[in-house]
Design a binder for this molecule. Sequence first.
Ligand code: SOE
Length: 392
Amino acid sequence: MTQPLRIAMIGAGFMGAAHSQGWRVAPRFFDLPLAPEMSVLVGRDIARTRAAADTWGWLESATDWREVIHRSDIDVVDIVTPGDSHAEIAIAALAAGKHVICEKPLANTVDEARRMAEAAAAASASGIRSMVGFTYRRLPATTFARDLVAAGRLGDIRQVRAEYLQDWLSDAEAPLTWRLQKDRAGSGALGDIGAHAVDLTEFMTGQRVTRVAGILETIVAERPVLASSSGLSGSAGTERGSVTVDDLALFTGRLESGALASFEASRFRLGRKNALRIEIAGSLGSLSFDLESPNELQFYDATAPSTEQGFRRILVTEPEHPYVAAWWPTGHMLGYEHGFSHQAKDFVEAVAAGTAATPSFADGLHVQEVLDAVARSSESEGVWTGVDADLA
Ligand code: SOE
């Protein structure tokens, strides 16, 4: 009988639903070395948490995360709360000897992220694993793109364009949810979705961003205060409050090789619902991915005869493609939620094998440093700023 891996998830919002789907489905499609058990869901309101636990498949519900992370029948703590509580919960869970998955961005500040990365490094000496939830790395198409780049199919990377575009804030009367408050979310479009664009760029190119120059902009500065919320939306009250985060982040980054990357994160791109796009141009070819067509890559191979050149579509649904063999026959599509199953699978395998889980908290700290450098650059009207403070 496969040994259980007993999970407590802290947080019961939109990401809670997504992570639950991952935990629930992964062991039914992948042959895992440990059996994830959805033990306890922790939320703030007992009745709502109980209802969510029943819907999503958790055995128990609770409201006190401090008590739950110390339970001897819990092995993993999965954190899907807003960013202002990530550091406190993750550091306490690691100290309690639990493996930890934490939603992105890792924290609200570099200082918090650094303390988390230090705690994770210390815990790893005793076999404790930790990972940041940058799930878009775990789609077959993005992982396969990384493999093509690593195999040299693009040659030397010369330029990257990465953008994450949404439009759910375009309505100036949309209410002031926690994602619009700096003390809860750390930043706005920059950390919520720009962080994905940075992570995916670094994942696919295998290179870190070393310097940035950018501007953050808040397009709608005041919004109706939230009366009640659900997922990304909520209903507005009559009072108005200040938006304390960016709505739009535009920045340029330099990769380790010296290549330039341009980034855009916007929640105001009307018509773009959840468009995470990346195009990488190298000396031998170009690759592009768009989350709105998540099972495809566009590949331009400059080594083909000139008479046959042009972008061609690769349908990333073959059993030889990453993750695909566990799912459906060739040509049958995967979607948003599969990234969460792949995350659960990869984490369980790392825990069982005692190998490092990636992206690590150190990787999450680095992304946090990129976000922070963009914010510092914006404060000085877009001056080039080192990601590592020593390079500033
Ligand atoms: C909201 O903007 C959000 O849910 C992000 O927080 C997620 O990370 C992204 O996957 C989808 O959009």
